[in-house]
Design a protein around this ligand. Structure first.
Ligand code: ADP
Ligand code: TRP
Length: 319
């Protein structure tokens, strides 16, 4: 089984990215062969600074390797190291109804947030379909907000197969039930567009400040509180063991337990999980040549897979 996912290097990765997208992929590492790529072409829809794009691309690679991606088992590569995806995106574009893209929420959402209405943003799901179909992926772990893009991918694969013969597999999205929408410091969905994120590797002081500033209601400390739906409790569930979660819930319901206590517990649980990742990241960051070697080795494998697909696809379309 081939498992593929991509992530845009369009800013620093945050808790929402880790629990919404990265972790489910690490969990799948033993179950199939993993292709993980850094979607730097996609990030060009919003990033207009070459140096920043290069640095953010490197940062995403470091984050993934530090948090548990094993380059001996998984193929990790930069999207732009497989330029064949642009060619495939064109082939798919020629079969893509405008209405299909007009219905995509993520485009409408970007418009609502004031992004320029570029062709790149509009055609984004077609390039994403090319990423996935190129590598013959069976399963694509993504957050809920990407579900519609997977539907577009299946639709385009079907259209291509109908026109040119059975070439593409129809991939499935992998969105475990346990992966909820992770709340940000203001209680909305954590997202860099809402400036409510807590970064995976921000410095410890900044993380503490953000955790302590998570918005809560003003129920006094002594009063019992319902934990479900509370952002701190929802975030704690991600980091803590089931026993610890049950204990926090009981504490909230009993009263005499304030949001300050819960924030402290959350911070401790974050450090328990992330301090070892942080140490590994610092080591990796000291050795840029090794990182480059890992990405280049990944690109060789990814391009070999792409060459196999493109040979069939070019022949089928008549090139
Ligand atoms: P952002 O919303 O910060 O721009 P992206 O759209 O780049 O994040 O998301 C990258 C991946 O992380 C996607 O698969 C997305 O579904 C997942 N993700 C991002 N934020 C969250 C969140 N708050 N909850 C769950 N998953 C998330
Ligand atoms: N659109 C995805 C996101 O914003 C990133 C992405 C690009 C992707 N190509 C992909 C994810 C292919 C999975 C498969 O999160």
């Amino acid at each position: 089984m081939r498992i593929l996912t991509g992530i845009q290097p369009s800013g620093k990765l945050h808790w929402g990215n880790y629990f919404g997208a990265m972790k489910s992929m690490f969990d799948l590492q033993e179950k199939g062969d993993i292709f993980m790529f850094i979607a730097n072409y996609h990030a060009m829809t919003t990033v207009r600074d070459g140096a920043a794009l290069r640095e953010q691309t490197r940062d995403v690679a470091l984050d993934y390797l530090a948090c548990g991606l094993n380059p001996d088992k998984a193929v990790i590569y930069r999207q732009s190291d497989v330029p064949e995806v642009q060619e495939l995106a064109w082939f798919l574009s020629c079969l893509t109804p405008m209405g299909l893209l007009e219905r995509c929420h993520s485009y409408k959402d970007k418009m609502a947030h004031g992004f320029d209405a570029t062709h790149g943003l509009f055609a984004y799901p077609v390039l994403m379909a090319a990423d996935i179909l190129m590598m013959n992926a069976d399963l694509v772990p993504v957050g809920k907000d990407q579900k519609q893009h997977l539907e577009v991918t299946r639709d385009l694969a079907q259209k291509f197969n109908n026109a040119f013969g059975e070439i593409f597999k129809l991939p499935d999205a992998y969105i475990p039930d346990s992966v909820a929408t992770i709340p940000g410091t203001d209680g909305q969905k954590m997202s860099k567009s809402y400036r409510n994120t807590i970064g995976l590797f921000e410095d410890a002081k900044a993380i503490k400040k953000k955790v302590m500033a998570i918005v809560t209601d003003s129920t006094p400390m002594e009063e019992p509180k319902e934990p479900e739906g509370n952002s701190i409790y929802e975030l704690y569930k991600l980091f803590a063991t089931p026993e610890e979660v049950a204990e926090m819930a009981a504490n909230f319901r009993a009263g005499g337990y304030g949001y300050g206590h819960a924030k402290k517990a959350l911070l401790e649980a974050y450090h328990r999980l992330f301090d070892p990742f942080r140490a590994r990241r610092e080591e990796l960051a000291k050795d840029p040549d090794t990182l480059e070697d890992i990405l280049k080795a990944g690109a060789v494998k990814a391009r070999a897979a792409a060459a196999g697909t493109m040979e069939k696809v070019r022949a089928a379309v008549g090139l």
